[in-house]
Design a protein around this ligand. Structure first.
Ligand SMILES: [Zn+2]
Length: 418
């Protein structure tokens, strides 16, 4: 880098801090990140980088420089439901309350609640999201506001019990052609019990064709397992109430993961959200397919649906991402809080593995790892500085994952767009 390149309107900067946590390699004490033209050009020891790169040095003091966090599963359009739904311990009852609650959302509340939720994620150090919605609300907000603080993938969530969904395919394809500065658009299947097997296969085919991730809620409740394996239980009653029973196709009589595996929709671009009620075979299928398990621990605790077998999922080499789910089943949209909950429910987890899931794991799952997820050459010059005064060298990951007992850490953004 030289002054000539600076003259083209782009500035080389060196960001120095007490620690740099690249995620792709070990933490660097007294580290630095050099940026130029909106990209990271080097990561290393501050002394070495200041000799190699001659540009303004920004000293972040006792901070940790690390990648922005990725919220791999949210539902921004449900944000007005914050504090309006109360868990009863029954997943199906919560779905009933959610369906009623959605109908009571006033149109004028939506915009403000969604923007507030986006701001909450931005101030909590979240750089990218995988947001799921059943309406055009979030895409419309995204197209009207070019400079949204959050970017990522917007999944149009499909609920379709039609045994033959041919007439829907063009709609689903055209949805994935939409574009905004903030989001790429994708399609997702709500759950194995609300989407017919043919529709699940078609949604996955559209995702493969468009090279988009495919997301589906999986094994979230015992009610789901009971419906799929025994064709009975509270969800059957709900489907009856809503006039969807009998279903126009056969339920599989096997677990959700076995079912999705039999439909050939599990691969490294599939995000299985929740993954609580898994048997050994399910976990083996996930490990073999390298489908991502997206864990949303605080939503699971709120709903009382159980907790995911996190230690086994990590140990088996299943790719892990972390999500908040929506404000209808969570009081916060904080990946710092999700990490703290995850390590408190699974104390055997290594904090560095949890932090990797919250950064690289989410970026990989959403297909945005070219820009985010690690601090390394070529990634976007968009990362966070977390205030870590008083933190000891051997406690960096513990601090990042559970340092404030689930409260957000004090972090600020570094966004060098030139
Ligand atoms: Zn969800």
């Amino acid at each position: 880098m030289n002054q000539e390149e600076k003259c083209k309107g782009q500035t080389l900067r060196v960001h120095r801090a007490k620690w740099v946590v690249p995620v792709s390699s070990a933490p660097i004490p007294d580290g630095a990140v050099a940026t130029f033209g909106g990209r990271i050009v080097e990561v290393g020891a501050a002394g070495e980088l200041s000799l190699r790169f001659h540009g303004p040095c920004v000293d972040h003091g006792d901070s940790i420089l690390c990648p922005g966090l990725v919220n791999a599963h949210s539902h921004l359009e449900l944000s007005p439901l914050k504090y309006r739904l109360h868990p009863t311990g029954s997943f199906t009852d919560w779905i009933r309350a959610l369906l009623e609650g959605r109908n009571r959302i006033e149109p004028q509340e939506l915009d403000q609640a969604v923007k507030q939720a986006m701001d909450e994620m931005d101030s909590g150090g979240i750089v990218a999201i995988g947001d799921v919605g059943n309406t055009d609300l979030v895409p419309e907000i995204a197209s009207k506001n070019e400079q949204l603080p959050i970017q990522g993938i917007f999944f149009y969530e499909i609920i379709c019990q039609k045994p033959d969904p041919k007439e829907m395919v063009n709609d689903w394809l055209s949805f994935t052609e939409r574009a905004s500065r903030s989001f790429n658009f994708a399609v997702s299947a709500h759950a194995p019990y609300t989407v017919s097997p043919e529709a699940i296969k078609v949604i996955k085919s559209v995702s493969r064709l468009r090279k988009r991730p495919f997301s589906v809620h999986v094994s979230e409740s015992i009610d789901e397992t009971e419906l799929l394996t025994q064709k009975n239980g509270p969800l059957k009653k709900l489907l009856e109430e809503r006039g969807h029973w009998p279903l126009p196709y056969d339920l599989p009589g096997i677990s959700s993961i076995s079912y999705l595996s039999s439909l050939n929709v599990l691969d490294s671009d599939t995000i299985c959200v929740h993954c609580i009620h898994l048997n050994n075979e399910d976990m083996e299928a996930m490990a073999a397919s390298q489908a991502t398990a997206c864990l949303c621990p605080r939503s699971n605790i709120f709903l009382g649906v159980g907790i995911p077998p996190a230690e086994r999922l990590f140990a088996m080499g299943i790719p892990i991402a972390i999500g908040t789910d929506s404000l209808a089943s969570n009081d916060r949209l904080s990946i710092f809080a999700e990490m703290a909950s995850l390590v408190s429910m699974a104390p055997g987890l290594k904090p560095e593995a949890v932090f990797r899931a919250a950064t690289h794991g989410g970026a990989r799952a959403l297909g945005v790892q070219g820009d985010f997820g690690t601090l390394s050459r070529g990634k976007a010059a968009e990362f966070i500085a977390v205030n870590a005064s008083g933190v000891k060298d051997n406690e960096i990951y513990d601090f990042l994952v559970s340092g404030c007992g689930g409260l957000d850490l004090d972090c600020c953004w570094i966004k060098d767009d030139q």
